[in-house]
Design a protein. Structure first.
Length: 424
């Protein structure tokens, strides 16, 4: 106790407040008194909860400070504060020990835990992506809670936990500070599937570095320059033109047609270092794609099934919360939300058509499922009569062509496949 505090105790007990200097002189004049017994035992040695709290209230009523009571009873100051607060608010009822059991309904119900278990059939999903997948279903569960449920499921159902080797965080050379400053493009091989043809299929994606939005994407049995140009043209028509396009040294990105297109639209071409896909976020994108869709790719037995798995990944990736945006204060946490309402440099349709005149043509599917191109009729798909489509001609030869519906990439974007033809 301080001398002023002892003076305060004297005032409360006897109605007279001595000067703290007098208290000090009296207390230090003779030998120090020997303490024979304690009025109250330490907090943890008092078995009755009400008696512990009553000791705090009595000492405080005698003028003891919070700090002195905490030191005397060998307990923390917040415990003394909460005890006095409950006494002020509840009176004698505040002395009773209250249950610490959950008062509200549990947020994690059996149905939520079951949804986590079903999603956990994909062993590549982590707690962050699990939380985002549940949010897409209208279930708000934090990543920490998801991790706790997933760990319980692993122990209960003997599920495997994905192992990720630790890696040093490197400086991103093409980190965008504004929307459409950098676009990136890359191609990922999908080798694990059950299609009749065991050859790999390829996911060609154009994505925006600032928002991480996948602007256009296609799954294709080939990966030539025309496949890449088809995806790039779709992104340009929907989102405008970026300041720069970042890719690796793949020949698809440096074909004469691609370089001509960059030059005509004023796109600066940038290149990452060989073997460093992290520099343009391609490694991050494909890592998320691996966790979200490789499980579905591996089960696909037909081309429509693998297309559907690709479309599902595309929509979910763009609309789910992204780890890179978790600290934003504007409430925009998904790639689509961050990019919403912002376009790159736009060009009139006639300018874009002139830039793509050598490769792309627009036609309409007739009621029999065919499109007419020059002296040929190409079969597209039944049930799309009246639909506008793009006809891409490969290397100036009508023997190699593809037809793509002109649809929003966030809803559907079928992959290219060689189509049969019949003479006019």
């Amino acid at each position: 106790m301080s001398w002023r505090e002892i003076a305060e105790v004297c005032y409360i007990r006897h109605g007279r407040r001595p000067h703290h200097k007098h208290v000090k002189r009296i207390a230090t004049a003779g030998p120090p008194p020997s303490l024979q017994a304690r009025r109250y035992q330490p907090w943890h040695l008092i078995p009755d909860s009400a008696e512990r709290k009553l000791a705090v209230i009595r000492l405080h009523s005698e003028g003891w400070s919070i700090t002195s009571i905490a030191q005397y009873l060998q307990v923390s100051r917040p415990t003394i504060y909460s005890t006095l607060q409950r006494w002020m608010e509840e009176g004698v009822a505040g002395l009773d020990e209250k249950s610490r059991a959950r008062k509200g309904p549990r947020k994690v119900t059996l149905s939520i835990a079951n949804e986590v278990r079903k999603l956990q059939e994909n062993p590549l999903l982590g707690k962050w992506r699990m939380s985002a997948a549940l949010a897409r279903m209208g279930i708000e569960v934090s990543p920490t809670t998801c991790g706790r449920i997933m760990e319980a499921n692993r122990q209960l159902y003997s599920l495997e936990k994905p192992q990720r080797p630790p890696r040093e965080k490197l400086e991103m050379p093409f980190k965008a500070v504004r929307r459409h400053q950098f676009w990136s493009a890359d191609i990922r091989y999908i080798e694990d599937h059950l299609l009749p043809d065991p050859k790999p299929v390829y996911v060609i994606s154009i994505f925006e570095n600032f928002s991480r939005t996948v602007l256009a994407s296609a799954i294709s049995p080939t990966q030539n320059g025309w496949d890449f140009l088809a995806v790039l043209a779709e992104a340009i028509r929907r989102y405008g033109v970026p300041e720069a396009l970042v890719t690796d040294g793949g020949g698809q990105f440096y074909s004469s047609q691609a370089l001509q297109l960059y030059d005509m639209l004023g796109i600066r071409k940038e290149r990452i270092e060989p073997g460093e896909p992290w520099q343009n976020y391609a490694e991050t994108l494909f890592s998320i794609q691996k966790r979200l869709s490789d499980f579905a790719f591996a089960k696909a037995r037909t081309w429509p099934e693998i297309q559907q798995a690709h479309r599902t990944w595309w929509v979910n990736y763009n609309t789910e919360k992204h780890y890179a945006h978790q600290t934003r204060q504007d409430g925009r946490h998904s790639p689509t939300a961050v990019l919403r309402g912002v376009l790159g440099r736009t060009f009139p349709e006639e300018v874009l058509s002139r830039a793509l005149y050598a490769t792309q043509f627009t036609r309409q599917i007739d009621r029999h499922g065919f499109v007419k191109f020059k002296h040929w009729r190409f079969y597209g798909e039944r049930g799309l009569d009246g639909e506008d489509v793009s006809v891409w001609v490969y290397e100036g030869n009508a023997d190699r062509s593809s037809i793509r519906p002109l649809r929003s990439p966030c809803t559907s974007f079928p992959s290219k496949k060689a189509l049969g033809r019949s003479p006019r």
